[in-house]
Design a protein around this ligand. Sequence first.
Ligand code: G3P
Ligand code: CA
Length: 269
Amino acid sequence: PTASAHAAEHDEPLVIAHRGASAYAPENTLAAVDRAADMGFRWVENDVQRTKDGELVVIHDDNLKRTTNVEEVFPDRAPWKVADFTTAEIARLDAGSWFGPEYAGARVPTLKQYMNRVSHNHQKLVLEIKKPELYPGIEQQTLRVLRNEGWLDRTHVSSKLVIQSFSAQSVQTVHALRPDIKTGFLGTPATADLPKYAEFADQINATHTSISADYVSAIHALKGPHGKPLEIFTWTVDTAANTRRAAGFGVDGIITNTPDVVRRAVAED
Ligand code: G3P
Ligand code: CA
């Protein structure tokens, strides 16, 4: 390719399949990861929480109701919090039927199972530590699972993994424990506060409705903890118009439930 084609390729935002290809398969399941891979997407995003017996599982809500049949299987266990169920109990739940009958039998994966599948598919991961205030020590535990699954090899870690959270404290903890891992803070801090975040986060991952060209420029003008320009992955962008808007601001990544829509809009630009 010519030099300019190269630059154009480089300028395109990464497309990250949010909770897997979650418009097309049940979110945060192995089916959603596989669906993203089948569609040609290397980057997926997920959410991590902890069970009653201390295992990390991949699920968005802190409650099992919306994405599983927990109310049917355990009618007497209201309010059906993830943290009140053992891993074995969660493994019995159907996490696919709510989305469509063809996904009946999909499970809530453990983080270990999830990492195995992402590795198998040669995919890369934006891992969100969800509600860390409910799960003391979840940062250390997440890093332990990642290390055991071979994800913390120092030569590759920064190219295939971002750990993000809405909790600045949690992001700081991950950065302190493993400074070589790329981190993201979820939120839209005031521009004046960005330098503070740039001390421990490589990315400011703001909702797309909250950003502007000036905000993205302010992010890029700073350097993150690794001495590289601070980045922004924006979410959750599911239409061509919103993709063009975010891409026009120069965001580094777009987190989306409909990665095909985003890819098409970026390619047409
Ligand atoms: O990755 C960004 C996005 O996932 C944060 O919001 O609620 O979908 O986890 P939420
Ligand atoms: Ca998330």
